[in-house]
Design a protein around this ligand. Sequence first.
Ligand SMILES: [Zn+2]
Length: 334
Amino acid sequence: MTSYKELGLVNTKEMFEKAIKGGYAIPAYNFNNMEQMQAIIQACVETKSPVILQVSSGARKYANQTLLRYMAQGAVEYAKELGCEKPQIVLHLDHGDSFELCKSCIDMGFSSVMIDGSGLPYDENVALTKKVCDYAHSQENYVTVEGELGVLAGVEDEVSHEESHYTKPEEVKDFVSKTGVDSLAISIGTSHGRCKFKPEQCTRNADGVLVPPPLAFDVLEQIEKELPGFPIVLHGSSSVPVEYVKEIEQYGGKLADSVGIPEDQLRKAAKSAVCKINIDSDGRLAMTAAIRKVFATNPSEFDPRKYLGPARDELKKLYMHKNIEVLGSANHLD
Ligand SMILES: [Zn+2]
């Protein structure tokens, strides 16, 4: 048993309270390897932003859960080395699908977990989420839990759904009071992956670029009325920048029909009770664009540092932009 406090990590409690009051959202960035972790920490130290490091089930399979936990511990020390006196870093399990998995992460030093029972019938979602909360909250150091109501469309590692179902505002109060959950992921039109909408759901602008339907801010408003001041989470919130898609295609990639959530809509959401915004696909695109560019422009290069390095730099640039321009989390470290 390791407590996250021994690792220098924090839970999301205070972070979310401040974010709601301050009208910004905490970035939740997924990581699977050293370069991604370095880019996240460099960007968050430079922009003075708190951050949530997310581990998905795919990341656990790819990199190993134990290794990722030690990397998060290393991330705290790395942030200090970069000049951050009191880093605010959360290690969070993304889309936990069982009590056993959440428990194993908590026992290993995660400071926050998500239990995703959104695919289950309502009562089973309540029971499973409550079981995880009871365990997480009874720890000597309180571990925070994120639950989910409503279904997001799209594919994210092993989480996949054909269609989205908006969260029902009439259920949220009951869910939160019965489970004791600390934050709630909702579905208001965001979606996992790089193809967030089918082309037929979108219009096209003058350049032929797909323009997605707007987020359901009316549903978000109703949820905020039911749960005043309660932390709300948005998954699937990459904007899928056209520049990256174009660059990847310019250097031989194929990413037809990519479409994301426009950044101005995320900025608007971040000003509300939405206090955690998950961004994964944009990081994948940034890295892929940088690596493809090196391979295409310098075919004799074979030193991994010469393409993973530029990928890391591009990723850092992307995250700094998100913290400053989209989430508004920059300059919110104590
Ligand atoms: Zn998600």
